[in-house]
Design a protein around this ligand. Structure first.
Ligand SMILES: C[S@@+](CC[C@H](N)C(=O)[O-])C[C@H]1O[C@@H](n2cnc3c(N)ncnc32)[C@H](O)[C@@H]1O
Length: 274
């Protein structure tokens, strides 16, 4: 798929997913976000960038950790996501947080302008992994740190069949390289190649819990990266795709609910001082 098309699919797909996102994913992504924030070790007064901020699940936690004397900028490719963040920041009175629609591949931000650069579960969607990690490096101050969390290996993510199930129905790739960064030391290598020092990675396993099949399907189809393709399905296509997805996660059924295995990789690097 060409890069501009992939960006458009992401941009308008996540616009559609924005209103389902937190109910579908906030509990399930929390272990990766907790680890990312622990590895970032934010300090009061720091300037933080949160790339692919979504609805701000990490951005608002970062804003609280850096306090009134710090500043956090959340960026995301989706207008609906950044607008939701602006409204939530106003409601919570978090004046130290501001939000801009921006692609991770080309950050319209000055060099060396942040103490810490974060990207939680966003890097799998960009069209250029190496270039986007170099952008993280460019905007990090010398001595500052960058942390990115991604999904792990495909065969450790029990929900992974969602991609071929949707692809078969749209006859095109949906997030073709989604699991590449979580494989082996890929993300760690890209951090090192971008010039980060002291690069370290942690891999954690988790369980994604859903109360019933409908909740699991809503998360997979409407609340995530295939939302754009899914929005074009007619009723019969939706029914068939739901049935196939539920079949693919049948081994993880627990009573009415589902406990689906997942894996995350979180990588941290420091921008060298000289
Ligand atoms: C799974 S959500 C993660 C949101 C948030 N960081 C969190 O931890 O909840 C992925 C986000 O990546 C954004 N995204 C996808 N492609 C992007 C790109 N090329 N540049 C910036 N953001 C992108 C989507 O709009 C979406 O909000």
């Amino acid at each position: 798929m060409d890069q501009r098309l992939q960006q458009r699919v992401q941009r308008y797909g996540w616009d559609r997913a924005a209103s389902f996102y937190e109910q579908s994913w906030s509990r399930q992504l929390a272990p990766a976000q907790d680890l990312l924030l622990a590895m970032a070790a934010l300090q009061p007064g720091e300037r933080v960038l949160d790339i692919a901020c979504g609805t701000g699940l990490v951005t608002f936690r970062a804003a609280e950790q850096i306090g009134d004397s710090g500043a956090v900028v959340g960026t995301d490719i989706s207008d609906a996501m950044t607008e939701a963040c602006r409204a939530a920041a106003l409601e919570r009175g978090l004046g130290q947080a501001r939000f801009e629609r921006m692609e991770a591949e080309h950050l319209a931000l000055p060099d060396a302008s942040f103490d810490v650069v974060l990207c939680a579960l966003g890097m799998m969607y960009v069209t250029d992994f190496a270039g986007s990690i170099r952008e993280m490096m460019r905007v990090t101050k010398p001595g500052g740190r960058a942390v990115s969390a991604v999904w792990g290996k495909r065969d450790r993510c029990g929900w992974a069949e969602i991609f071929p199930i949707v692809e078969r129905r749209v006859q095109s790739d949906v997030c073709p390289l989604f699991f590449q960064l979580g494989t082996g030391d890929m993300q760690k290598l890209l951090f090192a190649n971008a010039g980060f020092a002291e690069v370290e990675s942690e891999r954690i396993t988790t369980v994604l819990e859903y109360e019933n099949g409908e909740e699991a399907c809503l998360a997979a189809f409407a609340g995530g990266p295939v939302a754009m393709a899914y929005s074009r399905f007619d009723e019969a296509t939706r029914t068939g795709a739901y049935a196939e997805y539920l079949q693919s996660i049948a081994a993880f059924q627990r009573g009415d609910g589902y406990a689906i295995p997942g894996e995350f990789v979180v990588t941290r690097g420091v921008r060298p001082i000289a």
